[in-house]
Write a protein that binds this ligand. Structure first.
Ligand code: MOS
Length: 752
């Protein structure tokens, strides 16, 4: 057996690998942010505005301050200076609500923090926060759900830089639509949705002199460090952010929110660690949500099913001051071949908390609209929806006129249809039955960006034969600890149980946010370069240490495999464990560092880099009792090389489950008189639970995309959600004959 064969046989890349942090999680040893406690630690509970528009006139904290165990009640008058943070070039200092807490007396949204009570216990702090009395000059809030574009300039400033409102255009979409033989003009609406990870946002802040340490439930320790350093006027070396385990985030924890600086400021005033865990109700108010969108889609096609024109004009809601852009048009310009296209957006300001990234931001609501329109057009043309998509498969990215780095959408569609049994579909509405239930079958496509953020990593090879790999990225529950162990194992041949992975600490080499589905693809080059450097150091020890079996050899003659240093010409069987060599040299460890360059959001890319996929969905409909169920799903993903199919399938299944929620359950409802998100709890804001989750059959195509990194891995965190809702609403139509164009599908929509 040759060495390369041996290597691929033992490689963990592409192999189901159990989470290395699994035992710590199931035994309760894993410490989430709110699990950390410190001597003298105090508890903070914010007081929330009970209006959504107006001015704070008076604040009475006297009752709260006199409560036993209360240390302070902070507000604008006594919190001390909190500066604004500003955006930085590159992907740094991102923050979606820039206004520091208490900066002025203006109330812009319901639940905005107006004070924060600090006490010896959480219960006392809560009682004190509840005892704070406020008076307001109250105005009628605008939380209207019908969206009309505000008076924005052609180029708007967003959290990620300036964006043109005419987002993409080619040909003459207006004329081509006017003359198209077959037309569709429909508007699709997605509601405000709220991130509901199990773990609440939590932060504990403490100061030692001018050094601020934060334990925070963040998807980005490095970015949070930059933002907080600026907000407190500190060099960033003086701020350390730690997030060892996260109970997910869905994008809501990507960037710091106002409670973080509130905890830091309170801790500064009192000289004690301050822990602030927000409530489930606050999760709906102050830590971001997915924008409501209203998307008009116009499609023109020939009777044979060739697209001739596509318009995507969308409007989303947003808070009064914050610049978040819900990029619903992200996938529209390249997803299908169409000579005439126009994508535009408008924005509607509302008295609501900041909008934010939520799993598949932009593309997920966007693809709901465009894929729904594709399905409706296929129906109008009497062409099978899979075939309609195949007829409009692009050869290149027609918006940028560049090739795709790796696109296998056609294969996704064909494989999905085969695995699902799509050829047995009778397109007549309500015609398919099983066990007394009406079946509905629907499908839709998916896409999501690919690329890399900048990343650095450090690797140690140690004299006990263990390896440490360190990177200031995070594991939000998706398996990043395990992926890094697999990567380190790939380079060293050391068993994953002997690899220590250190993440979630801004003191480690700068790592990417756990966002954009880019963490894995970003860290690969950094980890591999760090490993190469560490191995080079190791081999220098091996050839230069008196008594080493490799003394006097040239480094090029040697290699490391299976944890052994060996002479290439002699084979690994005659190798020596690297720990023995280090011990023989009295060297505790050798180390190496590596970095990856950012390639996402390039100005002039050579390739159009995306992942693709599709979902096939079956629903059952029992008209007599108006019972709708998603009964099975087949999903195919073209997401580059899959490093860990076990955690990979888990990610996609989780996303499909979330897609069922998007289609059927999730919506944040604002109460017009008060502007409050009124279903701000997990009883009234319905998410999919296990009982709603059908069998989900996930297939990966596993084509490496070498434009992304040397392993060809893209990302899988978000794409699994894209398209699910459109597939479900198509299946609902097929079962019931009702076209629902506003999510979520409600039973009353189907009773018509
Ligand atoms: Mo994702 S919305 O980038 O956490």
């Amino acid at each position: 057996m040759s060495t390369t064969q041996q290597q691929s046989k033992t490689s963990l890349i592409g192999r189901d690998t159990l989470r290395i942090d699994g035992p710590r999680k199931v035994t309760g040893l894993a410490q989430y942010t709110s699990d950390f406690s410190f001597p003298g630690m105090l508890y903070a509970v914010p007081a929330e505005a009970t209006i959504a528009n107006g001015k704070l006139l008076t604040l009475d904290t006297s009752v709260a301050e006199k409560m036993k165990g209360v240390r302070a009640v902070f507000h604008r008058g006594n919190i001390g200076k909190i500066f604004r943070s500003t955006p930085a070039p590159g992907f740094d200092r991102v923050c979606l609500e820039r206004r520091p807490p208490f900066e002025d007396d203006v109330i812009r949204y319901y639940g905005q923090y107006i004070a924060v009570a600090i006490a010896d216990t959480f219960e006392t702090a809560k009682a004190a926060a509840d005892a704070v009395r406020a008076t307001y000059a109250k105005e009628k809030p605008n939380v209207q759900s019908l969206l009309e574009a505000g008076n924005d300039p052609d180029v708007v400033f967003t959290a990620y830089g300036p964006v043109q409102r005419l987002q993409s255009h080619r040909g003459d979409a207006v004329a081509a639509f006017a003359s198209a033989p077959v037309k569709l003009d429909e508007t699709y609406v997605t509601p405000a949705e709220t991130h509901n990870p199990l773990e609440l946002h939590a932060t504990t802040a403490m100061w030692e002199g001018q050094v601020l340490t934060l334990y925070d439930s963040t998807q980005g320790v490095v970015n949070l460090r930059s933002v907080l350093a600026q907000m407190f006027g500190l060099p960033k070396e003086n701020v350390r952010v730690i997030a060892k385990f996260l109970g997910s985030g869905f994008g809501g924890k990507l960037y710091p929110w106002t409670h973080v600086s509130l905890a830091a400021a309170a801790s500064r005033q009192l000289g004690k660690p301050v822990k602030l865990v927000i409530s489930r109700k606050m999760m709906f108010q102050t830590v971001g949500h997915r924008a409501r969108t209203q998307q008009r889609i116009r499609v023109g096609a020939t009777p044979e099913g060739k697209l001739v024109s596509l318009h995507h004009d969308y409007i989303y809601h947003m808070s009064l001051d914050d610049p978040y852009h819900e990029d619903c048009g992200e996938a529209t310009p390249f997803h299908y071949s169409v000579p005439n296209l126009r994508v535009t957006f408008g924005r509607a300001r509302r008295n609501i908390g900041a909008t934010a990234d939520m799993r598949g931001p932009g593309a997920v609501p966007g693809l709901y609209a465009t894929e729904s329109a594709m399905n409706e057009m296929a129906d109008r043309l009497k062409i099978d929806p899979v075939r309609f998509r195949l007829l409009n498969e692009p050869k290149i990215d027609e918006s940028l006129n560049i090739p795709f780095s790796s696109r296998h959408y056609v294969e996704c569609l064909n494989l999905g249809a085969e695995k699902f049994g799509w050829s047995k579909r009778n397109p007549v509405v309500g015609s398919m039955k099983r066990d007394g239930l009406t079946l509905g079958w629907g499908m839709a496509g998916a896409a999501w960006i690919a690329g890399r953020f900048a990343a650095e990593a450090n690797m140690q090879l140690r004299d006990d034969g263990t390896v440490r790999i360190a990177c200031a990225t995070q594991d939000i529950g998706t398996g990043t600890y395990t992926i890094l162990a697999q990567l380190a194992a790939e380079k060293t041949g050391v068993d994953v149980n002997k690899i220590e992975v250190d993440l979630g600490d801004s003191a480690l080499p700068d790592g990417p946010i756990s966002g954009g589905s880019l963490a894995t693809s970003s860290v690969i080059p950094a980890v591999f370069k760090a490993a190469d450097q560490a191995i080079t150091s190791l081999l220098i020890v091996a050839i230069s240490t008196p008594g080493s079996p490799f003394l006097g050899r040239s480094p090029e003659d040697l290699a490391l495999q299976g944890g052994r240093i060996f002479v290439k010409a002699e084979g690994v069987a005659k190798g020596v464990p690297f720990g023995d060599v280090l011990r023989g040299a009295n060297v505790r460890l050798v180390a190496g560092s590596g970095s990856s360059e950012m390639t996402a959001f390039e100005q002039n890319p050579k390739f159009s880099k995306h992942s693709f996929g599709c979902h096939f969905v079956e629903v059952t409909w029992q008209a007599e009792i108006a019972r709708l169920r998603v009964s099975r799903v087949v999903t195919v993903m073209d997401a580059g090389r899959i490093l860990n199919p076990l955690t990979g399938r888990n990610q996609i299944q989780g996303a499909v489950v979330m897609g069922i929620g998007m289609a059927l359950f999730e919506h944040t409802t604002y109460h017009p008189p008060t502007g409050a998100p009124i279903n701000s709890n997990l009883a009234d804001y319905i998410v999919t639970v296990n009982a709603d989750a059908p069998p989900i059959d996930v297939h990966f195509l596993d084509y490496p995309d070498k434009e992304i990194n040397e392993l060809g891995a893209r990302g899988i965190g978000e794409i699994g959600l894209a398209g699910v809702a459109a597939a479900i609403t198509e299946a609902v139509y097929h079962a019931t004959g009702v076209r629902v164009r506003e999510l979520p599908v409600k039973i009353e929509d189907l009773l018509a």
